[in-house]
Design a protein around this ligand. Structure first.
Ligand code: COI
Length: 355
């Protein structure tokens, strides 16, 4: 593991009440920073007090959104330890995103060391109340002060952390989702498979419209035919159809979720038939009407496993499993969170103990 210099804050903040944590509003005392300069590569990894970054107004990230990010969590185990879940998967995915956005790849072992070092330093911020964790947000931004549309020559890799509770106000209760028909999130050849801020910026309008109508999230359809289901605003999506668990195939415009991958691995291990394939919205609504749609759930780091109780597409509404969480969804939730929080054994070697 690479060691980094640490400058500690002179004024540590009070910790928030672990029982009233919301997602992404409170940040810890420190952050990790590392610079990139053309010709020199990634250099000067360090931990510094959490605080504003000073950037030139012409920094390229502000104009052309040359940026990528990740989401991962540190969990408090029953014996008071702290562990991460598949952190190298996030580092590797971040480099895939960097590749798409013409950002120089991070040295993977060093990036993992940075995440571990920051988590260790902020260990007191990892909450222990049920369902809570420390969310880590690694990101890279282009900082070169220049207005031409080219890859930047300078970047910052940063990691910030926030103690979090449930991502959705609904918690583990089923959410309502709205199938978006006007805006599209991604097309093949675009940036859908990468975790870049622009994908999410473009999604906000549809999410805001859905929220106004009482839906927690939108369900994105493919950008060409508006026919095939891709993903939900902040999660991948799964359906249980006549016993088989079906999820949209990673075709270039769907985010390769680490929770998605973990669900598939668990389901295959349990002997549940799984299918990664094209899933049309028509197929799902037909199954919803004729009783063949047993369950639906989203999967993501922030949202974990999020049951879907109701879906609306144009003027058609379907209720799934009577609006209640289904047995497969519950089993996945219990197993994943059990492994993540160290309550269940981890036969897959997914967790990395940092303390
Ligand atoms: C995550 O699940 O960690 C995400 O990044 C999704 C969302 C908060 C943008």
């Amino acid at each position: 593991m690479t060691q980094f210099p640490i400058t500690k804050t002179s004024c540590p903040k009070p910790k928030p009440d672990p029982n009233t944590l919301v997602f992404g509003k409170t940040f810890t005392d420190h952050m990790f920073l590392m610079d990139y300069t053309d010709g020199k590569g990634w250099h000067d990894g360090r931990i510094a007090p959490y605080g504003p970054l000073s950037l030139d107004p012409s920094a390229m990230v502000f104009h052309y959104a040359q940026e990528v990010f990740e989401g991962m969590k540190a969990y408090r185990t029953p014996d008071g330890g702290v562990q991460l879940f598949r952190p190298m998967e996030n580092v590797k995915r971040m480099n895939v995103s960097c590749g798409r956005m013409c950002i120089p790849a991070l040295p993977e072992e060093e990036a993992l060391s940075a995440i571990v070092a920051l988590t260790k330093l902020e260990a007191d911020w990892v909450p222990s109340a049920p369902g809570t964790s420390l969310y880590l947000r690694p990101f890279v931004i282009a900082t070169t002060p220049a207005l031409g549309v080219h890859a930047a020559s300078n970047y910052i890799f940063a990691v910030i952390c926030c103690p979090v509770g449930a991502y959705y106000a609904e918690g583990i209760n089923p959410i309502r989702i709205f199938v978006e028909n006007e805006d599209v999130r991604a097309v093949k050849g675009g940036t859908g498979f990468s975790k870049c801020g622009g994908n999410y910026a473009a999604s906000i309008r549809a999410s805001a419209r859905a929220e106004e109508q009482g839906y927690a999230q939108v369900l994105w359809l493919d950008g060409v035919h508006r026919k095939y289901i891709e993903e939900v605003g902040s999660t991948n999506i799964f359906f249980q159809l006549d016993g088989a668990v079906v999820t949209p195939v990673l075709n270039g415009s769907v985010l390769p979720g680490i929770t998605r991958k973990s669900c598939l691995e668990l389901l295959r291990n349990w002997g549940v038939p799984v299918e990664e394939r094209l899933v049309s919205v028509e197929e799902i609504f037909k199954a919803g009407k004729n009783g063949a749609l047993d369950e639906a759930f989203g999967s993501g780091t922030a949202a974990v496993i999020s049951p879907v109780g109701e879906m609306c597409w144009k003027d058609t509404h379907i209720t799934i499993n009577g609006g209640k969480i289904g047995a497969t969804t519950q089993r996945l939730y219990d197993t994943l969170t059990g492994i993540q929080w160290g309550i269940l054994p981890d036969p897959y070697g997914w967790t990395l103990r940092v303390l």
